[in-house]
Design a protein. Structure first.
Length: 235
């Protein structure tokens, strides 16, 4: 039989991967799409400028997003390690208080006082097991993957690049920016809807409505960028 903790670890890693993909892909699809739309309204005949600027934005955006994911992962690790040290200190200097906290956890679970006392005495036999118990059940903290920060940076950055190339690719095959925008809008809005659909399905939200919301956000962002560019050009 497969150990429960392995199943839990795989589940958490899978959840982390999905979270990273959602963060990177959602911004990757939306931001370059809005940028390309805005430039299309300003430089209709210079398509090369659009995809050069788009590639530059994707490069900068993927680095920034990846760095954000890395820092978030490091912050999670630092917070866990800080709380871990505090728990070991409390075991050494406030042992009776910590024993009572273990006892209260079991009481809150619905165990009888006698059973809770027996379970408490069993837990406190090993300090490492005791600390792990307190981290998980008193503080609600799971031990983070030590490689989480690097994985998150890679996953988010890569997802941003993949998402960002979707609205940009059509501009490589057209000579007029407006023609590129038309194709880009169709492809990107479809991708945004599909992305929003599956994202909502995973999170338990109505997928049809979720897909529509994500698609509309992208459409509004691109429309606003295009309109502003046109207004500036006409001024």
């Amino acid at each position: 039989m497969e150990p429960t903790h392995l199943h839990l670890e795989e589940h958490l890693q899978s959840s982390d991967l999905l979270t990273d993909i959602v963060i990177g892909m959602s911004d990757g699809l939306t931001v370059p799409f809005a940028l390309a739309a805005g430039l299309s309204g300003a430089v209709q005949g210079n398509v090369s400028l659009i995809w050069i600027a788009g590639i530059a934005e994707i490069a900068a955006g993927s680095i920034a997003m990846g760095l954000g994911g890395y820092l978030a992962g490091k912050t999670e690790q630092d917070h866990y390690n800080s709380e871990l040290k505090k728990e070991y200190w409390e075991l050494e200097h406030k042992r009776e208080v910590e024993i009572d906290e273990v006892r209260r956890v079991f009481i809150e679970w619905g165990l009888s006082p006698a059973t809770a006392e027996e379970a408490t005495m069993e837990i406190i036999k090993d300090d490492d097991r005791w600390v792990e118990f307190m981290m998980k059940h008193e503080l609600g903290l799971q031990k983070p993957d030590p490689k989480r920060a690097k994985k998150s940076a890679f996953n988010i950055g890569t997802s941003y690049i993949v998402g960002g190339m979707v609205p940009l690719v059509p501009y490589f095959f057209v000579e007029n920016a407006i023609d590129g925008l038309k194709v880009s809008a169709i492809i990107t809005l479809i991708c945004l809807y599909i992305f929003g659909f599956f994202k909502s399905k995973i999170t338990g939200i109505n997928p049809w409505l979720g897909g529509l919301k994500v698609m509309m956000i992208g459409a509004v962002a691109a429309g606003a960028a295009f309109t502003i560019a046109k207004l500036i050009e006409a001024a």
